[in-house]
Design a protein around this ligand. Sequence first.
Ligand SMILES: [Ca+2]
Ligand SMILES: [Ca+2]
Ligand SMILES: [Ca+2]
Ligand SMILES: [Ca+2]
Length: 346
Amino acid sequence: MVPAKKNLVIKILIGILSIVAVFTACNRKDGFIGEEYKVAPEGFYVVSAVTASPDPVDFTTQTVTIDATFSHTVSWAITIRGVQSGAIKKMSGLSQTLAASGKNIWNGSHDGLYFFKSGEQAIIEVSFLGTSITTSDTITITTARNFSNVGVVIGAFEGASLAPFGGPYSDAGESIFGGLDNTIAPNLQGNKAVTFHGVDNNSSYYIMSSNRVLTPAEIAQFPSDPDSVYLNVYVYGYGSQYPTARLNFSFAEDDNGNGAHQPASEDSYDFTINVTHTGWKLFSIKYSEMAVSTAPLFGGSGNKIKEPNRVKEVSFALIDGGPGNEAKLSFDFPIVTFGAPFDPSK
Ligand SMILES: [Ca+2]
Ligand SMILES: [Ca+2]
Ligand SMILES: [Ca+2]
Ligand SMILES: [Ca+2]
């Protein structure tokens, strides 16, 4: 009969859902992730406390090895916290010594938005499933990771000036504030970002911009496939204070290969972010999803072929969503990655 068959199907479904629910509950418990886990048994103790070395560490040339020994094989979690930055990195495993897990090396990466800072201390704490016992160590980061091995860092903006970026350039007759900004709290990466702020007095939508010519060594890293190039940028939005602010970024190509971008006869590819959020947010956009410039004299009269291997220049502009408005936004750590969007946790 149909009802009996239906009941069986329902029973099987309930069975499957229960198993899924149990696994989900286990995996989420105390932030431990993974299929296998083991609760600390009665009498569990830390045989040798956690140590992290080298201390101090320079993440541009070194990685940190974290070790500790326990009385039993146990599910553990390492939480690394930047004292100033609030940056977080988590690692987890199942073993009796951290070294035996092979998951005890920290390359300066972070989970979430905030970067570890040069000059700050980081607290490394190890906790265990099923007990409140912890062990911790502190390490000094002399130089934070710069991520130059995962892509082309367009700017970290930690210098004394905006250079090697040009400008910022304002629209005709408009007064602007633009440049390095150390007043954003919390900082995202290092101690500075870039802020663009102005009023579109001439109702052109455009307020201000800044650009940078890439170096030959940087350009050499760009592949020809527009599907494998990503522009990643962290944008700080001021929410309802400046709800019509837009960040436009653009890649200018050297279509004819003469070593320079001619704006009136060569491509620029643009992407615009409507900055409606509040605080920091990471945006990643694929080169193939960018649109050719609509301005005939500024990137709209090229060969219309997306050629990231011919990119010469990157620029950022503050655009307003409505003519005549005041707009403000900040951004930090634009980085071009290849094959996948930027993932600072790797
Ligand atoms: Ca920065
Ligand atoms: Ca304007
Ligand atoms: Ca050219
Ligand atoms: Ca082109």
